[in-house]
Write a protein that binds this ligand. Structure first.
Ligand code: PMT
Length: 405
């Protein structure tokens, strides 16, 4: 995907720097040339040797290097600015954000930033403690850099190096790779199309502190949303509670319950071309959500569950403007018969069958093995792929169906 593209990967001193060799590997595997530029603090967290090995190039860190000077290479930052097709800084720290927004150039990374050709995309991936991230100075600096045209990838929520939980984690290298690819290689195959994607789990309240839910992480749905946006679609992502950052160019609506998911998606359905249900929507909810906290006693407890609306069926049955309806079918063991039955019963155009095996496919993991079945009966069995690639294959099938309309 990135064959021959030249990418500068800036790395700053944060614990998330330990993940960057994996990002380099993803970029190299996609055919890119990668020049790593690290701050001195970054190399406290990740080894120069690892980065040089995976990028197959020396890591740039010092501004003044006698060896480079002897080779006539002291102005490398200028030639790199010309060479690069994109610049990603991941993780970018509060300190470097302050320098970049103020135009300071006191290390190799900040110098490379300022010499980059202005028409080349910059992706900044902040990762730090949540309080630091939300501090007025970091937020102000991010705004300044965004106004300069830098793309900012929001951090994710989760466990932080401090041991606390919250916003600030660097997104996984696969998500950064995806966001960068979208900036470098935009495609226009879905331009003019509006696509609604549902993702993640729903939470069905039992009382004010408890709920029924499932293990969906949202990765599959977010990968579809990201790829659809990269292909130029106007994407509305309706997400249950997950800890993923919003892909670039995607409009996101956060919901909790199935009823809220239906409500949020309904507001856009009339104007959409495709509805893709990747969310793991709870089929049932407690009949009553008790206000406050249910008190325990010595007796057993019975909870009566009632059916939730089937979001996908609601849309597939009620489509007026010829929208495509795409569903997923999740099983815990093989048998595409269930998926075929869902395609028929829910009146779908395409169904993606996947099995939850806890290792390579289904909930939480980064890969999935989809079998796509379309309304003509065509069955395409895909191998285990990163969810980003599986999303691409699913959207290829959607594009074919759109062409047939
Ligand atoms: O989020 P990840 O961790 O990446 O995991 C991805 C995934 C396993 C959640 C995803 O690949 C997937 O299979 N999503 C659908 C899971 C599911 O609920 O399958 P189902 O067979 O129960 O539902 C069939 C279809 O109906 C789905 O498109 C679902 O979104 C939809 N549905 C189900 C129930 C309901 N009340 N409303 C719905 O719209």
């Amino acid at each position: 995907m990135l064959t021959g593209k030249n990418i500068i990967l800036g790395i700053c001193g944060g614990i998330a720097a330990y993940k960057t060799p994996h990002l380099v590997r993803l970029l190299k595997k996609a055919g890119a040339n990668v020049q790593v530029v690290a701050t001195a603090s970054a190399l406290q967290f990740v080894s120069e040797l690892s980065l040089a090995t995976v990028s197959r190039a020396p890591v740039l860190r010092d501004m003044f290097d006698a060896d480079r000077a002897a080779e006539g290479e002291l102005t490398r930052h200028i030639s790199l600015g010309e060479w690069a097709d994109a610049f990603v800084i991941s993780p970018v720290t509060a300190n470097t954000l302050a320098k970049l927004s103020a135009g300071l150039c006191d290390d190799m990374l900040s110098v490379c930033f300022i010499t980059l050709r202005p028409d080349k995309p910059v992706l900044l991936v902040p990762a730090m403690d949540g309080h630091m991230y939300n501090s007025p100075s970091v937020q102000r600096n991010l705004k300044v850099l965004a106004a300069q045209g830098c793309h900012i990838m929001e951090p994710e929520s989760g466990e932080l190096a401090s041991g606390q939980c919250g916003l600030g984690r660097m997104p996984e290298p696969e998500s950064i790779f995806e966001a960068l690819t979208a900036l470098i290689e935009p495609s226009f195959s879905l331009e003019g199309r509006t696509i609604i994607v549902t993702a993640g789990p729903t939470r069905e309240k039992l009382d004010d502190v408890r709920f029924l839910s499932n293990y969906s992480s949202g990765k599959m749905g977010f990968a579809i949303a990201a790829e659809a946006a990269r292909r130029g679609a106007d994407v509305k992502l309706v997400s249950g509670p997950v800890s993923l950052s919003t892909p670039p160019g995607v409009e996101r609506f956060d919901v909790e319950s199935a009823a809220e998911m239906l409500d949020a998606a309904s507001r856009h359905f009339d104007r959409c071309d495709v509805f893709i249900g990747a969310a793991a929507v709870a089929d049932y909810r407690p009949e009553t959500a008790v206000s406050g906290k249910i008190k325990k006693n010595d007796k057993e407890m019975e909870v009566r569950l009632v059916r939730n609306p089937d979001i996908l069926s609601t849309f597939a049955a009620g489509r007026k403007a010829g929208q495509l309806a795409v569903g997923f079918a999740l099983e815990t063991k093989g048998g595409i018969g269930y998926a075929k039955e869902k395609l028929e019963r829910k009146n779908l155009d395409l169904v993606a069958f996947n099995v939850y095996d806890r290792v390579t496919s289904g909930f939480e993991v980064d890969t999935n093995a989809l079998t796509l079945i379309d309304r003509t009966g065509k069955v395409t069995e895909l191998p285990v792929l990163p969810k980003q690639e599986a999303a691409g294959q699913l959207l290829d099938a959607v594009e074919q169906l759109l062409e047939q309309q």
